[in-house]
Design a protein around this ligand. Structure first.
Ligand SMILES: [Zn+2]
Length: 385
């Protein structure tokens, strides 16, 4: 689904949404790992509610905070939205994708559980289409302002306003140089076209949410946090008095957020940014934080989950180091090392981008270095060899 992706796993550990990532179930990483990652003993993951709200319904997940779900036409089939009491109405957090079904779902919520209340403002956590897709429509339909990070606002506009970058020779050449086939390079370099179909044009103005500042919504005061790696400057809101975190896609209970290198920033280290962001969250938020995530169920066990995610990525880095110790490998060569089963071109695009994120982390750590052959193909080898 375009530029966004959350690798999903069910309780059985199978892959849901972007289709490719095997992720271990929570039990796979011993508590010791999460303790090592966070430096503290960790509370196990638990779910206060094990059933999500029905379509068109809301659940009051915390005093004055309503939880609803919007459908997505993907294997990860929903996104969570939250509505925070805000005077005579509710501030909405995130939007769903831009399609008629999602617009109808909003109308159902407003004429049903929210009847008699108005939307006061829209907060968007990040620029992925299931979170920002309907922002333009919601803001104009209900006359409300958009609040988001500067990067989120600009990232959405960047893709929307420069469609000719998609499928450009430069992007194709990037994927080809990393060993990707012509067909897959074409698929990956034009993925933004899917994005464009899932997003309505943003309002021309927005209110910038800045990490370190506070945001008052009704009787609650949230610390504005931002995280990186899954999406740049992804906004999270933390109510310290209630120890409650709206985490967006940064920390999800059972699925590992997609972290990918894209052609626009070939040497980027999103996985390094992501792991540092997780470590910072673990160091600054308490063990008993109640997490309201962008997908799946609200949960306790923030530190445990962060430990699991960090261990998961370390494990994958270990697989890459082992494989590259044997022979030089392109990113495309390494995909089956992390994703050992047949992938169609679309699945390959996400597998490739996520594999690339692990490679770039190992380059940044100076464990690996690039070697370019006469044909311009890049392979990684152990540093210092
Ligand atoms: Zn996302």
């Amino acid at each position: 689904m375009g530029l966004r992706a959350c690798h999903d796993r069910s309780r059985r550990g199978t892959v849901v949404e972007n289709r490719i990532k095997e992720v271990s179930v929570s039990k796979s990483f011993p508590a010791a790992d999460s303790m090592a990652a966070t430096g503290r003993a960790s509370r196990p993951i638990s779910f206060p509610l094990d059933t999500p709200p029905e379509t068109g319904q809301c659940v009051e997940i915390a005093p004055g905070i309503l939880w609803a779900r919007l459908a997505l036409p993907f294997r990860l089939n929903h996104v969570n939205i939250f509505l925070i009491e805000d005077g005579d109405g509710y501030a909405a957090v995130d939007t769903g994708i831009a399609d008629e079904q999602t617009k109808a779902a909003w109308q159902t919520l407003l004429s049903g559980p929210l009847k008699g209340k108005r939307l006061t403002r829209l907060i968007v956590t990040h620029h992925h289409p299931d979170h920002i897709g309907l922002a333009g429509w919601l803001c104009s339909e209900f006359g409300i302002p958009l609040l988001t990070s500067q990067t989120g606002f600009l990232a959405c506009n960047n893709i929307s306003l420069s469609p000719n970058a998609l499928g450009s020779d430069a992007y194709r050449a990037f994927y080809r140089a990393h060993g990707m086939s012509e067909a897959t390079a074409e698929t990956v370099s034009t993925q933004g076209n899917f994005y464009l179909r899932m997003v309505t044009p943003l309002p021309l103005t927005f209110f910038r949410l800045v990490a370190g500042e506070k945001l008052k919504i009704g009787s609650r005061v949230f610390d504005i946090l931002s995280g990186d790696g899954h999406a740049p400057e992804q906004i999270m809101l933390y109510d310290a008095s209630a120890r409650l975190l709206l985490a967006a896609d940064q920390v999800l209970a059972r699925i590992t957020p997609n972290v990918s290198v894209w052609a626009v920033e070939p040497d980027g280290d999103p996985l390094g940014l992501y792991t540092r962001s997780l470590a910072s969250i673990a160091a600054s938020l308490p063990e008993d934080t109640f997490v309201l995530p962008g997908h799946e169920l609200p949960f306790y066990g923030l530190h445990t989950r962060i430990g699991e995610i960090l261990a998961h990525h370390e494990e994958r880095c270990g697989l890459i180091l082992k494989a590259t110790a044997e022979k030089p490998m392109t990113v495309a060569d390494l995909v089956p090392v992390l994703f050992p089963r047949p992938l169609d071109p679309h699945q390959m695009s996400f597998a490739f981008s996520e594999t690339h994120a692990h490679v770039n982390l190992l380059i940044h750590r100076e464990n690996l270095v690039w070697e370019r052959d006469a044909a311009g193909i890049l392979r990684v080898v152990p540093a210092g060899r």
